[in-house]
Design a protein around this ligand. Sequence first.
Ligand code: GDP
Ligand code: MN
Length: 382
Amino acid sequence: MDLFEYQGKQYFARFGISVSPGGVADSVEQAVEVAATVGYPVVVKAQVQVGGRGKAGGVKLAADADEVRLHAGNILGLDIKGHVVRRLWVEHASDIAAEYYASFTLNRPAKKHLAMVSAKGGVEIEAVAAEDPAAIARMDIDPVVGFTESDARRLVIEAGLDEAARDGAAKILVDLYRCYEEGDADLVEVNPLILTPSGAVHALDAKVTLDDNAAFRHPEWDAFRDIDELDERERLAKSKGLQYVGLNGFVGIIANGAGLAMSTCDVVNQVGGAPANFLDVGGGASAEVMADALEVINSDSSVRSIFINIFGGITRGEEVANGIVTALERVAMRAPMVIRLDGTNAEEGRAILKKVESARVISSPTMLGAARKAVELAGAAQ
Ligand code: GDP
Ligand code: MN
């Protein structure tokens, strides 16, 4: 899960990393209110999950309320590389003596963590890496050994950070590593990490990617998730613990297993349809899960037909069929559906499905045939 800058800064603060006081704003007037509480001058910053906001006009300094109004008005609704700005972060502006770069991420082939520090911050690090790779100091970190204060000192010296910034930067690096390690992130990046004229070192930007596999031990991450860029359907699916991705088509798809769900999307496309979603109900496909899946599909007004594609492996066909029958008793479906059930005990499963078959619930034994039927029904339902 990628965090917005303001969420990343909240996460940083939890690990003692110095960030500027600020607040979020969803409107121009709110931006003015936040600015008054954090104190002028302020920076008004677009909250979108893409880099280069500064260059795109999404980061502006404001000296008074009128300037906040002007910039907030311009930035809200701005399209930055396909991301429309719906939220702002307004923070007290910092004086900058120097801009640096610092990050921790995975070095997968080395099976190590990787620290990167550069005295050339504030610009895109990819550009530095391409034009002047020697300007980036790197250090592989053995996850068992960890990252110490003396490692941090070596790194800031090697990167050529100003003398005045070394102590502060080394401390931030140690805290940043804790944020990365204990905070279960795949990436923490600060660009720019600044030195102020008074000698303080401070994070001016925050990019954090959390490792979703660790979500089970971070109930506090739910607060980040509530407000991320999910659409309504994805929000509902997530609340039910389903593996769902919203798409733009009109055939609702339910399959067991991610591979089969993807193939199902492909086949629907192949026969002239367009999937409304990807939905993997996993191996079990119990009545509970199936009812949840049908509810999510039902909530999508663009769905004109549904294709349930189940291949019984360890899960037996009759179990899946019973699950579908029970789910259909619970959920009143708006769109007609085609069910393809194959694999272990498919015959037994199909016999059970006979109970619910009608002009709107059709069983079809092959994947291609079922896809054709679903697309045909979508046309009829138009
Ligand atoms: P990005 O362009 O998306 O990476 O957004 P950043 O948050 O990194 O901001 C871009 C640039 O805006 C920074 O490199 C700074 O030069 C400038 N900037 C951001 N915050 C401040 C601030 O508080 N004071 C000053 N003087 N400049 C800032
Ligand atoms: Mn930045």
